[in-house]
Design a protein around this ligand. Structure first.
Ligand code: DGL
Length: 265
């Protein structure tokens, strides 16, 4: 496998760009292919069978594009389809936000997870964290309305404050010391969340550790791109929506090139 091949990052939509941002910062010379299934998002409220089918189609697309590593940037896909992704990836290394986020949070003693309903129902985070540290207490809350609110731009809005207080009150009652942002969108509202749970709570964004783990994996496999050319970033989506650029730029904190439309059906 050649080190100048791109890294494939995929998500149900735009949220995975929070992971791309972290990868771009730590690996500034890597070429990246990003795939966002905009036409079919959100995944977080869909059935396991549907999410697994969508994930399978996307991984086939990335494998055809000759990626040297696959990053599952979506918590929901990781929670219900990680085994399928690994199987289809063959010898391509696969990284994911739940494995990395679990390691990053496992030093806490009372850990709260907030995520989509599909992620919470899968128990993927508690299972993964308890494998690393059997002594921790783990609790979860599905925050179904966060994704649509963020996508509608209700970032600094009283509606978000109200709903966030409702969702996070069990975390405050449980006296958590660590909170995992178990959904790609939640880092965008980290300030609102921190205000409610308290500034002393250790808030984990799994994207940080995922990109660290990607650096470690590529280094181990001698797959770090050593050509110092300007990296090529390609964005593929299943629906052209003005939201990709407007919300994407909010997630990535930089201007985005026009995405290319693909059909997976
Ligand atoms: N990307 C999803 C996640 O991290 C959130 C958006 C969705 O529900 O599709 O769980």
């Amino acid at each position: 496998m050649s080190s100048n091949l791109p890294i494939g990052v995929f998500d149900s939509g735009i949220g995975g760009l929070t992971v791309v941002k972290s990868i771009m910062q730590k690996l500034p010379h890597e070429n990246i292919i990003y795939f966002g299934d905009i036409a079919r998002l959100p995944y977080g409220t869909k059935s396991v069978a549907t999410i697994r089918k969508f994930a399978e189609q996307t991984v086939r697309f990335l494998v055809q594009h000759n990626v040297k590593a696959i990053v599952i940037a979506c918590n929901t896909i990781t929670a219900v389809a990680k085994d399928e992704v690994i199987k289809l990836a063959g010898n391509i290394p696969v990284l994911d936000v739940i494995s990395s986020g679990s390691v990053a949070s496992s030093h806490g003693s009372n850990i709260g997870i907030i995520a989509t309903p599909a992620t919470v129902n899968s128990n993927a985070y508690p299972n993964s964290i308890l494998k690393l540290n059997t002594k921790v207490k783990v609790s979860q809350v599905a925050c179904t309305l966060f994704v649509p609110l963020i996508e509608e731009g209700y970032i600094n809005h009283p509606a978000l404050d109200l709903i966030a207080k409702e969702y996070l009150s069990p975390m405050n009652e449980n006296k958590i010391d660590t909170l995992v942002l178990g959904c790609t969108h939640y880092p965008i509202i980290k300030d609102t969340i921190a205000k409610i749970v308290g500034e002393d709570i250790n808030i984990i964004d799994p994207a940080d550790k995922t990109s660290d783990d990607l650096v470690t994996t590529l280094t181990k496999l001698s797959l770090i791109n050593t050509t110092l050319n300007k990296p090529v970033y390609e964005f593929y989506v299943t629906e052209i929506s003005p939201k990709f650029n407007s919300i994407g730029e909010m997630f990535l904190n930089t201007k985005l090139s026009t995405p290319q439309l693909v059909s997976l059906d």
